[in-house]
Ligand binder design. Structure first.
Ligand SMILES: *Cc1c(COP(=O)(O)O)cnc(C)c1O
Length: 396
């Protein structure tokens, strides 16, 4: 609050402090210098994190790595796809996702994403016959229709990887997102539900896929024996697969583990925040927040909404500028120069495909951070700033 009693625009960028209980473990690691996951005979922090995370999600295996992008890359590699294999991905995702596909020597095929920020199932079904694998990015936590996707992919025997980088804590029909496909990948980068600066983890129930991913993540020689529940197949893969060395180190695990018990609260508060602001934006008639699909229980840490009705680009940019004046940063995915979530900026893929649905959506889709720690007064401030900015821009 400012000295004159006015509420200042909320800070949506600062992270929550890391739980204090991380300190003792970090101190122990610094004192012993035991930072490498495979030095200790057992119970290294990374190994404990894997066990706890697998249990938390109800998956058989978890493999902690250096980022979600690394997890996506290893998942594709562990599927043992031929070079040049086609991988369907949504056209609305972060540039790291097509990049992971390229990194794995595969070719991304972009699928249209509609107004609801979810995969357009008609385009998906049309492109599926081309595909060797499917990588579903639940972009900003928006879950595509996993029942329809799994039914089509199971019938065609096509493996599904879930990019759940931004979906930790999201449920689909009561199941954890990230455990519905063959493998699920999560991020511990600072803007995600659990913050370690950098880091990622993959989960799977498939022992063969787990074995291949563990070895390729950098479990050289017999280090795979330090992964609990190992199968004989690890022996078969040893020295037959490349070692990409994408391991997580113990300090990261020490920062992540004490945050796992915080997830339920963050999810609950994030959902409350999102729904509170969504109600206000929808009531304005100028902005619309697509509802969750019926089986989906979201875990948002940001809000996405579409400028509803007819807006010119100039009006949309005016809205962004008016919101900024009021202290609220809005990203309009398609209207910010070089945005990493706009498919036409992924020049490393060559010429951008024609994806009119996704393009139209990105030109009017707005993004505002809403961290779980915000108070109701701060949420009201943000909602009011957005509504008044929208009114001014529409009148312009
Ligand atoms: C953050 C994010 C990634 C990348 O995660 P990193 O851990 O930074 O590699 C991939 N996909 C989505 C949907 C994300 O939000």
């Amino acid at each position: 609050m400012a000295p004159d009693g006015q509420i200042l625009p909320p800070d949506v960028y600062s992270a929550e402090p890391i739980p204090g209980s991380a300190r003792a473990e970090i101190e122990r690691l610094l004192t012993s210098g035991d930072l490498f996951r495979y030095t200790a005979a057992k119970d290294a922090p990374v190994s404990l994190l894997e066990q706890e995370f697998a249990e938390f999600l109800g998956a058989r295996y978890a493999l902690a790595v250096s980022s979600c992008s690394a997890a996506l890359f290893l998942s594709l590699k562990a599927l043992d796809l031929p070079r040049g294999a086609k991988v369907l991905i949504p056209a609305f995702t972060f540039a790291a996702v097509p990049s992971a596909v390229v990194h794995a020597d595969c070719v991304p095929v972009l699928v249209e994403v509609g107004d609801s920020y979810r995969i357009d199932m008609q385009d998906f079904a049309a492109k599926l016959p081309l595909a060797d694998a499917v990588l579903i990015s639940h972009m900003r936590g928006h879950t595509s229709d996993m029942d329809a996707i799994m039914a089509l992919c199971d019938a065609a025997n096509i493996p599904v990887i879930e990019d759940a980088a931004h979906s930790l804590g999201t449920l689909w029909g009561g199941r954890n997102i990230g455990t519905i496909g063959k493998v699920g990948c999560f991020s511990f980068q600072s803007y995600k539900m659990v913050n370690a600066g950098e880091g990622g983890i993959l989960v799977t129930d498939d022992p063969e896929l787990a074995a291949r991913a563990v070895i390729m993540s950098g479990a050289y020689e017999e280090n795979w024996k330090k992964h609990p529940g190992f199968q004989n197949s690890y022996c078969e893969w040893q020295n037959k697969l490349p070692l990409y060395n994408l391991r997580m180190q113990n300090l990261s695990a020490a920062v992540i583990r004490p945050q796992l018990p915080e997830i339920a609260r963050r999810v609950q508060d994030g959902r409350r925040n999102h729904d509170h602001v969504a109600t206000a934006l929808n009531a304005s008639g100028l902005m619309s927040v697509p509802p969750a699909l019926p089986p989906e229980l979201r875990a948002p840490d940001s809000i996405q909404f579409t400028l509803a009705g007819s807006w010119t680009d100039a009006q949309a940019l005016r809205f962004q500028a008016e919101a900024k004046t009021r202290g609220v940063a809005v990203q309009i995915f398609g209207l910010s120069e070089g945005n990493a979530r706009a498919f036409w900026n992924w020049q490393f893929l060559g010429e951008a495909p024609d994806l009119p649905l996704t393009r139209a959506m990105l030109m009017r889709a707005c993004d505002v951070r809403l961290p779980a720690r915000l108070t109701v007064a701060e949420l009201d401030f943000i909602a009011e700033a957005l509504c008044s900015a929208a009114r001014v821009a529409q009148a312009a």
